[in-house]
Ligand binder design. Structure first.
Ligand SMILES: NC(=O)c1ccc[n+]([C@@H]2O[C@H](COP(=O)([O-])OP(=O)(O)OC[C@H]3O[C@@H](n4cnc5c(N)ncnc54)[C@H](OP(=O)(O)O)[C@@H]3O)[C@@H](O)[C@H]2O)c1
Length: 252
């Protein structure tokens, strides 16, 4: 891919994220608690999440191994970070979903597959084509160290928060409850805040415009969704804590 084509694709990719952000401010993505039958046919959520997320680890690995021929520590660390997140998201996380979970509309599934395929390709492409930037000295670069730290911090928050939600159903048998522990004490969607930190950390560690576009996509998806979840909690539970914010403790 030439430099001009790459810039053109990246620009389009960022533009689509902005359009999606605006749409999602008005229409909550119709899966999970916001599922609606009128969004067409759907599949079982477990199967849907596996199909939707598995292109991310597969495409990244295929492109990585087919285009990088001498392996140095930094690109391998990026590969490990990506795979730890996505193998878990694609193959472990769906196991925590109940068979009776709300189905995933095929429209959302297809959009997710297209997004994950292109996003994994672009992230892997950038690393493979900027291999000289990621020499051993990058290991001691403040951007790499801070980025890795933020990635790990976000990962812990995201997984801990998803686990708290998982335990609500496991222990109470209720479909939905008010989450009480961890960062839920302050905000309605700490799993989304953790996810945003993961990709901001990835962006800083790789110092890549493609990763920055991915962070933008995550914000475009998750900020409006956190807003919809927060509204839903307040409408559904009379005793929902009034001091709890949406995504940023004490602020919003
Ligand atoms: N990078 C990105 O752009 C992106 C986009 C989307 C998702 N994700 C990540 O994917 C993961 C799942 O996303 P999601 O949108 O499905 O998150 P979610 O709406 O918070 O739901 C997570 C899981 O917990 C269940 N759940 C949610 N609230 C609950 C409650 N109050 N009581 C009991 N169970 C509850 C959900 O069931 P139901 O599904 O039946 O509601 C679902 O199984 C998250 O970690 C998120 O960060 C990332």
């Amino acid at each position: 891919m030439g430099e001009t084509t790459f810039r053109f694709i990246l620009f389009g990719w960022i533009l689509i994220a902005l359009v999606i952000f605006i749409i999602l401010l008005f229409i909550a993505a119709p899966y999970g608690r916001h599922f609606k039958k009128n969004f067409g046919p759907s599949v079982n959520a477990k199967l849907g999440w596996i199909l939707m997320e598995s292109p991310a680890p597969l495409i990244f690995a295929i492109f990585f191994f087919s285009s990088i021929h001498s392996y140095t520590i930094i690109p391998v660390l990026f590969l490990i970070m990506w795979q730890i997140h996505y193998l878990d998201r694609a193959f472990i996380y769906p196991l925590t979903l109940r068979l009776s979970s709300k189905p995933l509309p095929i429209a959302v599934l297809v959009a997710g597959i297209i997004f994950n395929t292109l996003n994994a390709y672009l992230n892997s492409y950038y690393i493979a084509n900027n291999i000289s930037k990621y020499s051993v000295s990058w290991l001691f670069d403040i951007r790499f160290l801070f980025g890795i730290g933020l990635f790990i911090f976000g990962f812990i928050i995201n997984r801990q928060s998803d686990y708290i939600l998982y335990r609500i159903r496991l222990h109470t048998g209720q479909e939905y409850g008010i989450p009480e522990n961890g960062l839920y004490r302050w905000i309605s969607c700490p799993n989304y805040l953790g996810e945003i930190f993961i990709w901001l950390g990835w962006t800083v560690a790789t110092w890549s415009p493609v990763a920055a576009a991915f962070s933008l996509w995550s914000i475009a998806n998750l900020v409006p969704r956190a807003r919809s979840h927060h509204r839903w909690y307040k409408e559904t539970f009379q005793d929902y804590p009034v001091e709890r914010r949406i995504l940023l403790p004490w602020l919003w």
